[in-house]
Ligand binder design. Structure first.
Ligand code: ISE
Length: 348
């Protein structure tokens, strides 16, 4: 099946928006649906697939979109030009592969896949098409504070980066959460942003187990992951998933002549009744609202112009490969090397 032109001029001279189907209308999927409907330009939602019929009906209300029986049916829908995958992580690799099999562009929330093997299968499927059709939802790259931090590093203002201290703190997680998910679902953001900030690959991961919080049974919380980059930068990432006080993302780069740190994400500092306080985001959907808007608009614009240019299947594969090394280190208590194949040409 040839890839449909995603934006075309009708005989009247109008421009037809890219018609998108969304697989998964819960959690971040409901957020992305809202921004596709109300905030972003050049896009029209024409189909929804979700196993919960109540959620699917609520998602299409007022949209004029169809409800598809499955993700596969949505992908096959001729009226769907491009697909947004916001279903649970374990479904991502197969759904993205189904899109690639018929040449349909796809935005896939992280992780691209739960295993490096499945992520590599997606990479190979995309390489076979000869085109960049996939963008992966590493939204931190679109966050203004992370982009400003990268600008400081790229300018050499503090010299070479030597050490990065980071924290990725969630106020809470669902009852079914596991330590493996902390590594394979959460830390993929941390390893990807290290690659984005430094422009380097991660060559090893070591996971340390601090004293664990009594607040979450059967989960090692917090975790410390130490990434090593190809030039020797050490990155210590504290991952806390049940810290209660709020959603807090931190990064401080220690350079040769100074340091550079993320803003704390607060919008206002309040001084009142002899107390100074700054607001904190309640969760990641609030902290990264603008970054999500920008990543999806970037995907719409680039896909409409012919090829995805954002975080790629290769980036998704590397993040999952690093996560597998981190999980091996957590399990075996050893430093685990990250071994990557050559990067295919279409991702260079
Ligand atoms: C969640 O799935 C996300 O993607 C958030 O950005 C991250 O902060 C959180 O830890 C994940 O569980």
């Amino acid at each position: 099946m040839s890839v449909r032109r995603l934006r075309c001029d009708t005989p009247k001279g109008d421009t037809v928006d890219m018609r998108v189907g969304v697989i998964g209308a819960g959690g971040i999927g409901s957020d992305h649906l809202r921004r596709l409907r109300t905030t972003l330009s050049g896009v029209e939602v024409v189909a929804i697939a979700d196993p919960d019929p109540v959620r699917a009906a609520a998602a299409v209300r007022g949209l004029g979109a169809t409800i598809e029986a499955s993700g596969e049916a949505l992908i096959a829908n001729e009226r769907v030009d491009a697909v947004v995958v916001t279903s649970p992580g374990f479904t991502h690799a197969d759904l993205v592969s189904a899109c690639l099999a018929i040449g349909k562009p796809v935005f896939c929330e992280k992780p691209l896949a739960i295993t490096a093997h499945d992520a590599w299968r997606v990479v190979q499927a995309e390489v076979a098409t000869g085109r960049r059709l996939v963008q992966v939802g590493f939204m931190r790259r679109y966050d203004a504070s992370y982009q400003a931090l990268k600008s400081v590093l790229d300018a050499g203002t503090i010299g070479q980066a030597l050490v990065i201290h980071a924290a990725h703190r969630n106020p809470d997680v669902p009852k079914w959460w596991t330590t493996e998910l902390t590594i394979k679902d959460s830390s993929v953001h941390d390893s990807d942003i290290v690659r984005f900030l430094t422009g380097e690959e991660i060559i090893a991961s070591t996971v340390l187990r601090p004293r664990t919080s009594s607040r979450l049974a059967d989960v090692q919380d917090p975790l410390i992951i130490v990434f090593e980059t190809s030039s020797g930068i050490l990155v210590d990432v504290e991952l806390s998933v049940n810290i209660a006080y709020g959603y807090d993302i931190r990064a401080e780069v220690v350079g040769e002549t100074g340091t550079a740190a993320l803003g704390d994400g607060g919008l206002v500092t309040l001084k009142h009744a002899a107390v100074r306080s700054t607001d904190l985001p309640a969760n990641w959907r609030q902290r990264f609202t603008l970054a999500y808007d920008r990543e999806l608009q970037d995907w719409i614009d680039a896909t409409s112009a012919g090829e995805a240019t954002g975080p790629s299947s290769w980036d998704g594969f590397v993040a999952t490969t690093v996560a597998e090394a981190s999980h091996a280190s957590y399990r075996d208590g050893t430093r685990t090397e990250v071994v990557l194949p050559d990067r295919p040409v279409i991702y260079r």
